[in-house]
Design a protein around this ligand. Structure first.
Ligand code: LLP
Length: 418
């Protein structure tokens, strides 16, 4: 177990979170290297078991957790990367990631981002509109090259997840309409600076049922057949990410189940299959460690006021997301029902509500399942410096991002002379 109690204290692998707090302070994100490795290996193994001959690639979705230590670890394991910005491209480059395994999705790629990706020789740009095709063609012409592209097609299946993280329905801003896809492929073949290499889709995140993913794979397979019948051969099919994890009592399908059923939909084809998982790789590989500042007993509620807040972990405030909260040393606290809240000046600044917990002033809590969409969505709201990140491996813990200083908060600002 990557995170578990040992001797009454909650630990990350072989390191007590009390030691982590003492060394790096709180709040602090803590990642387990073993947990990331094992989730990645499970995915890679599922791909091999599902189809021994079909080539495959896992493009880890950088947006889920873009710390260089995480990216370097995954690059070493052979992962490719799914990126959404020039910033993410630079991060992958900074860890020596293989550009030939990078797919670039996103509805609003700028000219500079497209040019940088083409110059870096990424595997594929997932185009999300007709205008983006025109723009990419022009930039590739200017650079004297052919741009490797796929269209991200919106298969119009209901991912049955939180509306903010559903992306595959007709009214979502993502992808090109399924009905327009064939026409766009035909049109793109006429462009000398465009090379059609594949097709992509991504229907949403934190999916707890496999059926929407399987339906999407079936719709994409049908489309690929039509496109190829029209004389346009494709090299790969990118089925996106989205596999959910257990935060509370969800029962998401296993990686193996999803991969096997999706591949079955692709039939006998020789296409390389790409998945771009984020949360399934890092979600349960991280906790946010926080210290209790005060216990505040109110008339209607008891509050545990901690030193982490919505600026550190936005998911509860933004999506009413449920993250398990555990006491690092339960024997030191008083058990009761509490709301766990931060110091930010917003009623929406909560990390958990109505939880039975053992809490004490000065004690430590761990907010679980915070490895994905945690640090990456943090902000400096209320002029709070971003917290550090640490990675644990066995009995070792190392800082992989230091705490921001207060001076850094306004280092880029200036006061006009007038
Ligand atoms: N591929 C594409 C094109 C994506 O847009 C995403 C995520 C992924 C892959 C990875 O999805 P995953 O395997 O992690 O579900 N902030 C939200 C999640 C937003 C997901 C955005 N796209 C949250 O905290 O739940």
């Amino acid at each position: 177990m990557s995170f578990a109690y040992a001797g009454g204290v909650y630990c990350a692998e072989g390191v007590s979170l009390e030691d982590v707090a003492q060394r790096f302070g709180t709040p602090c994100y803590v990642y387990s290297r073993a947990a990331i490795e094992s989730a990645y290996r499970e995915f890679a193994q599922a791909l091999v078991s599902a189809d021994r001959v079909r080539p495959s690639l896992i493009c880890y979705s950088v947006k889920a957790n873009s710390n260089l230590a995480v990216l370097a670890l995954l690059a070493r394991l052979g992962a490719g990367f799914d990126i959404v910005s020039g910033g993410e491209l630079a991060r992958v480059r900074a860890v020596g990631g293989d550009m030939g395994k990078v797919v670039f999705s996103g509805v609003g790629k700028s000219e500079a981002e497209i040019a940088r990706a083409l110059e870096a020789r990424v595997l594929c740009l997932n185009l999300e509109s007709e205008e983006e095709l025109v723009r990419t063609d022009a930039i590739a012409k200017h650079l004297g090259m052919r741009a490797p592209v796929a269209f991200r097609v919106n298969p119009d299946v209901d991912a049955k997840t939180h509306p903010y993280i559903s992306t595959g329905l007709k009214h979502d801003k993502f992808g090109v309409a399924y009905a327009d896809a064939e026409r766009l492929y035909r049109e793109a073949t006429a462009r000398p600076n465009i090379e059609l290499v594949g097709v992509g889709c991504h229907i949403g995140s934190q999916l707890t049922k496999s059926s929407p993913l399987i339906d999407a794979a079936a719709r994409i397979a049908e489309l690929v057949e039509r496109i190829e019948t029209a004389g346009i051969p494709l090299a790969h099919v990118d089925l996106g990410g989205g596999i959910g994890i257990r935060y509370r009592d969800e029962t998401p399908p296993s990686i193996d189940e999803v991969v096997t059923s999706c591949l079955a939909m692709l039939g006998e084809g020789r296409h390389k299959v790409i998945f771009d998982p984020g949360r399934a790789i890092v979600g349960n590989a991280g906790v946010l460690l926080t210290r209790v500042e005060y216990i505040k007993r109110g008339e209607a509620k008891n509050f545990v006021v901690v030193d982490a807040a919505m600026n550190d972990l936005l998911r509860p405030a933004l999506y009413q997301a449920w993250h398990e909260v555990v006491a690092v040393r339960p024997s030191d606290g008083v058990e009761d029902i509490y709301d766990v809240v931060g110091p930010v000046c917003e009623s929406g600044d909560f990390l958990a509500k109505d939880r039975r917990l053992s809490a004490a002033s000065g004690g430590l809590l761990a907010i679980r399942s915070a490895g994905a969409y945690g640090m990456v969505m943090s902000s400096n709201y209320n002029s709070r410096p971003r917290c550090p990140e640490a990675m644990v491996s066995g009995a070792r813990a190392e800082l992989v991002r230091r705490r921001e200083s207060v001076e850094e908060l306004y280092a880029k600002e200036s006061v006009p002379t007038w």
